[in-house]
Write a new protein. Structure first.
Length: 409
C-alpha cells in the first residue's frame, strides 16, 4: 500500500481533534505543530542551503525583480529562519494565480470537475489574468476586481457567454480565498455591483446556413454517406438520424445497442497531458444528467445498425480504425472534407445536432419526446439554441409568394 504523507493542515486538524478529546495537553503538542509547520515551509524552498568555506550559511530567495537574491547568515538555523519567514509570507498572502491553481487543482482531485473543465479553466485564467494574476490577493480590493472584470469586456470583445465563463472562474477561486480568510469582502456583492449590460457584449450573428444543413444539403450529404459507407461515414449518418453528440457517438459499444435504439452513457473528453499534448479519453458519463438517454433510430434506417456492426463486430468500441477508437477530431475532419467535396458551406458535427433538433421542432413533436431525444432538461434550450430555418432562399420565396394576400388579382 502506498504510504500517504500528511500535510501540515491535515496534521493540525488531527492534533486539534486529539486535544479536544482530552487525550493530550495543548502545551505538549504546540512544539510539534510548530515543527511540522516549519518543515512544511522548508520543503517549499527550491534552492540549496549550503555552508561556505568561510563558515557562513547561504541560500537564494526568490525575488520579483532580480529573479533571486543571495542570503547569508552565521548559522544554519538562522538561514533556515529566513527561508521559513519568506515562505510563511508567501503562503499567507499568495498571488491570485496561486489561489486559482489551488482551487482548480483541488476541484479536479475531488472529482468535482473533469480534466477537460480543469484545462478550460486554466485557459480562461491564462487569457485574462496573465498580469493581474501575479498580484498578491490580500492587496486587491473588491473594487479593483470589479474594474478588472469590466475592463476585460472591451479589451477582448467578449460575448456574454465568454464573460460568464470568466466570472465562473473568478467566483470559484475567490470563494477559495474567502474560505482561507485571504479576503474579507462579499463576493456576491462584487458580482452584483458589476457595471455591465447586454449592449456591452459582442454580438455574434450566425446565419441559418452556418448553423444547420438545409433540406437539399442534408439530402446531398446523406446520399454521399450511404454511397461511401466506411466506419466514420456511418457514424456521421447515425448522428444525422439520432441527433447524438459526436463525443457520444465515438464512445459507443456493441452492448449499448438494442434493435433500433442505443443507450448513451459515455462521451469523449479532451485535456492537456503532462507532455503538453492533447489527450482524448472516454468519460463514463455524458455531458449532463439529462444526457443519459436512449436514442431512437428511425425504422427506415434500421439497416444502419447492421452495417455498423459489420464494420467492427468484435471490438470493445464500435467506431474503431486501425485498432484504435476513432476520435471526435477524426469525425470533424471527415465532415469538413465531405462539405468541401459537395460544395457545401462547412459545418461542424454540432450543426448536425442542431439540424436534428430543428427537424423535431418543425414536425411539432411532443416536447417530452424532443427533450428526451436531445438530452435537454428544458424545451426552451432546444427552441432557443437549436431551432433554425432550414429552407433555402428559393423555397422561402415560393412559400411567401403563395400567400393569397401577396398575389395580384
Amino acid at each position: 500500500m502506498k504510504k500517504e504523507t500528511l500535510q501540515y493542515g491535515q496534521s493540525t486538524e488531527i492534533l486539534q481533534f486529539i486535544i479536544k478529546s482530552g487525550m493530550l495537553d495543548l502545551h505538549d503538542v504546540q512544539d510539534s505543530m510548530e515543527a511540522m509547520k516549519r518543515d512544511e515551509l522548508l520543503k517549499k524552498h527550491q534552492y540549496k542551503i549550503w555552508q561556505g568555506k568561510d563558515g557562513k550559511w547561504y541560500t537564494y530567495l526568490p525575488d520579483d525583480k532580480k529573479g533571486r537574491i543571495l542570503k547569508k547568515r552565521t548559522t544554519q538555523k538562522a538561514i533556515e529562519n529566513d527561508v521559513v519567514e519568506y515562505w510563511k509570507i508567501q503562503t499567507e498572502n499568495p498571488t491570485i494565480k496561486e489561489v486559482f491553481g489551488e482551487w482548480n487543482d483541488r476541484r479536479l482531485e475531488l472529482n468535482k470537475i473533469s480534466k477537460a473543465t480543469h484545462l478550460r479553466n486554466k485557459q480562461v485564467f491564462k487569457r485574462h489574468y496573465k498580469d493581474f494574476g501575479e498580484k498578491k490577493i490580500k492587496h486587491i480590493s473588491a473594487e479593483e476586481f470589479e474594474e478588472f472584470l469590466e475592463e476585460q469586456i472591451p479589451e477582448y470583445q467578449l460575448t456574454a457567454k465568454a464573460f460568464s465563463n470568466l466570472k465562473t472562474v473568478t467566483r470559484g477561486f475567490l470563494k477559495r480565498a474567502k474560505k482561507r480568510k485571504l479576503i474579507s469582502f462579499n463576493i456576491d456583492e462584487l458580482f452584483q455591483d458589476l457595471d455591465t449590460s447586454d449592449v456591452d457584449f459582442k454580438k455574434v450573428i450566425k446565419e441559418d446556413y452556418e448553423e444547420v444543413f438545409n433540406e437539399s444539403e442534408m439530402s446531398l450529404v446523406m446520399e454521399y454517406l450511404k454511397a461511401n459507407p466506411d466506419m466514420i461515414n456511418l457514424g456521421i449518418l447515425l448522428m444525422f438520424v439520432t441527433g447524438a453528440r459526436v463525443g457520444e457517438i465515438v464512445t459507443l459499444k456493441h452492448e449499448d445497442f438494442d434493435n433500433n435504439t442505443f443507450k448513451i452513457r459515455r462521451t469523449e473528453t479532451r485535456f492537456l497531458g503532462e507532455d503538453k499534448k492533447y489527450v482524448c479519453e472516454v468519460k463514463e458519463f455524458p455531458k449532463s444528467q439529462a444526457g443519459v438517454r436512449t436514442a431512437i433510430i428511425p425504422e427506415d434506417f434500421s439497416w444502419l445498425v447492421k452495417a455498423i456492426r459489420r464494420q467492427n463486430p468484435f471490438g470493445e468500441y464500435i467506431f474503431v480504425k486501425n485498432g484504435k477508437r476513432i476520435s471526435t477530431q477524426s469525425v470533424r475532419m471527415r465532415l469538413k472534407r465531405i462539405c468541401a467535396r459537395l460544395n457545401i458551406y462547412h459545418k461542424s458535427p454540432h450543426k448536425i445536432r442542431k439540424t436534428y433538433g430543428t427537424i423535431l421542432l418543425d414536425n411539432h413533436l411532443d416536447n417530452k419526446l424532443i427533450m428526451g431525444q436531445m438530452g435537454h432538461t428544458d424545451i426552451l434550450c432546444t427552441e432557443n439554441h437549436y431551432h433554425r430555418n432550414r429552407k433555402s432562399v428559393d423555397q422561402k420565396i415560393q412559400i411567401i409568394s403563395s400567400i393569397p394576400e401577396f398575389k395580384v388579382n
